[in-house]
Write a protein that binds this ligand. Structure first.
Ligand SMILES: Cc1cc2nc3c(=O)[nH]c(=O)nc-3n(C[C@H](O)[C@H](O)[C@H](O)COP(=O)(O)OP(=O)(O)OC[C@H]3O[C@@H](n4cnc5c(N)ncnc54)[C@H](O)[C@@H]3O)c2cc1C
Length: 470
């Protein structure tokens, strides 16, 4: 039987700029591809909710569907399985006489463990070729060893900007037109993954649809059709609407779009249309993303520990009642509750919102930050282990923030970022009758005002669960 090559897709669900796929095709041997819905990702957490919730699961299913179609167009079959990755891949290797596996390396614990176990189980004659592909700047191109990675973002960014370059895209592969394997598998449905169906909420910022094709469309829309990139720096802290920010995060997290591709398209935009602070700022944010990816490599498992990256001595409480109120959007503070509602109802929340709700849980309530991170993990379409736990640790003060006591003042943030109350009214029906900024502070309304606005704080909303810290 002929020697065959396997591409193992995980968080690199695309054809463009995919080094693992590029390498596999360049072997000139027949190529087969696989994606596994790993059972470990579809369990319940100890907190009683799914590790991967319906929004992300749906997005992954769509991304895998799209990948399958796109691969078929270049003559490669994508097998799709559900279960234990190591067992499934080992069996596929035996069944199809696989001699090489090409894949993108992961940088966080659970995913690395799968690679290690695979290495132990596979026939040692099989070549496992993992490549680094998660970041904008290749890990070999950062100007320090991982152990010497600066703890502060600013120091990281300055050195990288001065000394590193973004690689060209891996895109000129020779297409293998021969379909070597017949389709043998079905993509699981959301029900097969043990999750309830989700329906699109028309209040959502955008309708996220998984896959490389949709990712490239979104970039084209944001950059070239609407030219929103030209105002990104001005709008990026808003919370309402489709184009205040790129919304690339979910496609980046699953690798439907490559950060290098985004970068080269920014350069194209700058050459063809306009170069300004905003076009630079999207690059700047991609460096934040890189920074958290490298921090995850440097700190390993500590990223997921309560004491965080700095062996913090902060004590956290495990108050389930407080956590429940926070996670269901019933704190009595509209900015927090509206953002949590957006997350629950759509699987997305703006960066401004995430900072505020994380600060509220950790600083105002003192609740175990890992619980908040797990709630985000369950719900976010764009969940990425390094970005999520890195940002949570940073907000909680157990990460690598220069200002350990960073705290978001909920009232000030409400006025600064939702001065007219449009965002909170969008998500909280009970506040619909309150005009302008009155909707931001329902707990400040007198009895007379409540009557005037046909609003009752007990019936239409909640009393604040705690006093604010000033
Ligand atoms: C508590 C908390 C949890 C978060 N969890 C995640 C997560 O699981 N996955 C995730 O992708 N982002 C996470 N973020 C970062 C950020 O909020 C989202 O990337 C951003 O809101 C996504 O919207 P966008 O694509 O429109 O962003 P844009 O503003 O358009 O930014 C462009 C891209 O830059 C990257 N980026 C921007 N800010 C950050 C940041 N602070 N950290 C890392 N990357 C960044 C993202 O890839 C994003 O798509 C988290 C932030 C906080 C405060």
């Amino acid at each position: 039987m002929e020697n065959n090559v396997l591409v193992w897709f995980r968080n690199d669900l695309r054809l463009h700029d995919n080094e693992a796929l590029f390498n596999a095709i360049n072997t000139q041997k027949p190529v087969l591809a696989i994606y596994v819905f790993d059972e470990n990702q579809y369990k319940n957490t100890h907190l009683g909710f799914p590790k991967t919730g319906s929004f992300r699961a749906q997005f992954i299913i769509e991304s895998v569907q799209n990948l399958k179609e796109n691969l078929k167009n270049i003559g490669i079959e994508l097998l799709v399985k559900k279960g234990n990755s190591v067992e499934i891949i080992t069996n596929i290797c035996n069944e199809f006489n696989i001699t090489e596996i090409h894949y993108q390396l992961e940088n966080t614990d659970e995913e690395i463990l799968v690679e290690k176990n695979l290495l132990k189980t596979l026939n040692p004659s099989i070549l496992l070729k993992g490549i680094w592909g998660k970041t904008l700047i290749h890990i070999n191109d950062i100007p320090f060893s991982i152990n010497q990675l600066p703890e502060l973002f600013t120091n990281f960014r300055k050195k990288v900007e001065a000394q590193s370059e973004v690689k060209k895209l891996f895109s000129n592969f020779i297409i293998n037109n021969k379909l070597v394997f017949e389709n043998k598998t079905q993509i699981p449905t959301i029900g097969d993954l043990g999750l309830p169906e989700v329906t699109f909420n028309t209040k959502a910022a955008i309708q996220f649809k998984g896959g490389e094709t949709e990712a490239l469309n979104r970039l084209n829309h944001y950059f070239f059709e609407t030219k929103s990139l030209a105002t990104y720096k001005i709008t990026r802290n808003e919370m309402l609407g489709a184009n205040y920010s790129s919304k690339f995060s979910a496609w980046l997290a699953l690798g439907c779009i490559s950060p290098r591709y985004v970068y080269h398209q920014i350069k194209l935009f700058e050459n063809k249309i306009e170069a300004n602070d905003s076009t630079y700022w999207l690059f700047f944010e991609l460096l934040w993303r890189d920074y958290f990816q490298f921090i995850a490599v440097k700190h390993g498992n500590n990223l997921f520990k309560l004491n965080g990256l700095n062996n913090s001595k902060i004590t956290w409480n495990n108050n389930e009642t407080d956590f429940e109120k926070w996670k269901s959007g019933q704190t009595g503070y509209p900015l927090i509750d509206a953002n949590v509602q957006e997350l629950i109802q759509t699987g997305f929340m703006s960066n401004r919102g995430r900072q505020n709700v994380a600060s509220f849980l950790t600083k105002n309530l003192g609740v175990n930050w890992l619980w908040g991170a797990k709630w985000f993990e369950s719900l976010l379409i764009d969940y990425d282990a390094a970005s999520n736990y890195g940002n949570w640790a940073y907000q909680a003060g157990v990460g690598n923030d220069g200002r350990q006591s960073r705290y978001f003042n909920t009232e000030k943030q409400s006025l600064d970022y939702d001065s007219k109350g449009n965002y909170v009214r969008h998500w909280l029906n009970g506040l619909k009758t309150l005009p302008g900024s009155k909707a931001l502070f329902p707990y400040k309304l007198s009895v007379e005002e409540q009557t005037q606005y046909k609003f009752n704080i007990h019936e239409d909303y909640y009393e604040p669960m705690v006093d604010l810290i000033y």
